[in-house]
Design a protein around this ligand. Structure first.
Ligand code: NDP
Length: 335
């Protein structure tokens, strides 16, 4: 069983040296345990925060242990009456090829149906990132038809879900993404009304001007994935009684300062700003997954995946995700 361990903590930008490939034998199963062959590993921006020593909303990733991470795979051996060989499952298997797990612990392993939905989608559109988009949009922004919703990191797993769910609710949807290729795909493939390449703008004024053109009626809802200059520019175009869902601030994940320049606009525009962590809202997952699963199964929901090959490729793929080298959900294919 090949695994990736975190062996040191980064100061600033992480590097491949923070990780180590380790090979260990697969141990025999105890009563109640299940052995899963992981097919795909999910790489997610939150993992950057876990690499730090300091406690955030979650505990740090321990050193010299398997990196935490969501996985999908197939049961290859079982000593648990609820799981049998061949079952497809989603869990938190970590950065490794096999996962030995006590499947009696509630929620640790979920069976999934791959008849109409590909297995990998349970890590993206029909998984944690999809529900994240759903929660911030539906429960915080709560848009009405005809309103304008903006989302940053629009080509990503979360951003793509936000935009398509907002379109399905009759909104005007404007994405913000890095580079012309991503922006073109966000409009042509994901069906957004417009997408702004933030890399083509050097300052808040210029980005805010582009937002004015793309959002002639102002911004009613903003789904924040990035922070910094993008947030400042959106604030300048926010309407009275607009709502911002604070989901991520990836531009500050390596410790960069991300000040907010005009907090007075929150008052002037009577805005609502709310942060959330999707795993603290398990009560909405069934409803969100039902909508997302239905859209994916019927082909209404479009998504891209960037797939790295083999467990050894996971660290580089993760570093790439933090630099925007991914296009849609970043996965590692393990089999
Ligand atoms: P993505 O698939 O969107 O990948 C991350 C993207 O962020 C990159 O592709 C890149 O796109 C963009 N990015 C990276 N650095 C910067 C930067 N400095 N400035 C602007 N954009 C940058 O990841 P996810 O969809 O998985 O996650 C999106 C966000 O949602 C993250 O902030 C994540 O932390 C957050 N999240 C929060 C959760 C919660 O419970 N609150 C749960 C899950 C995710 P580009 O090329 O366009 O720059």
């Amino acid at each position: 069983n090949r695994q990736i361990h975190l062996v040191s903590r980064p100061a600033g930008e992480p590097s491949a040296d923070n990780f180590k490939l380790v090979e260990v034998p697969v141990e025999a199963l105890a009563e109640g345990e299940v052995l899963v062959r992981n097919h795909y590993l999910s790489l997610d921006p939150y993992m950057r925060g876990r690499m730090n020593e300091s406690k955030s909303y979650a505990q740090p990733q321990p050193l010299n242990d398997v990196m935490i991470g969501g996985t999908v795979g197939e049961v290859v051996a079982s000593r648990n009456e609820h799981f049998k060989e061949g079952d497809k499952v989603v869990g938190m298997g970590g950065w490794q090829e096999y996962q030995r797990v006590n499947a009696n612990q509630r929620g640790v392993l979920q069976k999934v149906d791959t008849t109409h939905i590909p297995l990998s989608a349970y890590l993206g559109a029909v998984g944690m990132p999809g529900v994240t988009g759903w929660y911030g949009l539906v429960k915080i922004i709560n848009p009405k038809a005809g309103e304008t919703v903006v989302v940053s990191a629009a080509s990503g797993a979360v951003g793509g879900a936000v935009g398509q769910l907002a379109k399905a609710r009759g909104c005007r949807v404007v994405g913000i993404a890095g580079g012309p290729a991503k922006c073109e795909a966000v409009v042509k493939e994901l069906g957004f009304d417009a997408c702004i390449d933030y890399k083509a703008h050097n300052d808040v004024r210029s980005l805010s001007k582009a937002l004015k053109e793309a959002c002639p009626d102002g911004i009613d809802g903003y789904f924040e994935n990035v922070g910094g200059m993008i947030l400042d520019a959106v604030m300048l175009r926010a309407n009275a009684f607009s709502r911002i869902a604070f989901c991520g601030m990836i531009s500050g994940y390596n410790g960069e300062p991300i000040p907010m320049t005009n907090p007075s606009l929150i008052l002037v525009n009577r805005m609502k700003l709310e942060g959330f962590i999707v795993s603290e809202h398990m009560e909405v997952w069934p409803e969100a997954l039902k909508e997302l699963g239905g859209m994916v199964a019927t082909g209404k929901f479009k998504y891209r995946e960037t797939v790295a090959d083999g467990i050894a490729a996971a660290p580089e793929a993760f570093l790439g995700l933090l630099k925007g080298r991914n296009f849609g959900k970043q996965l590692v294919k393990l089999i």
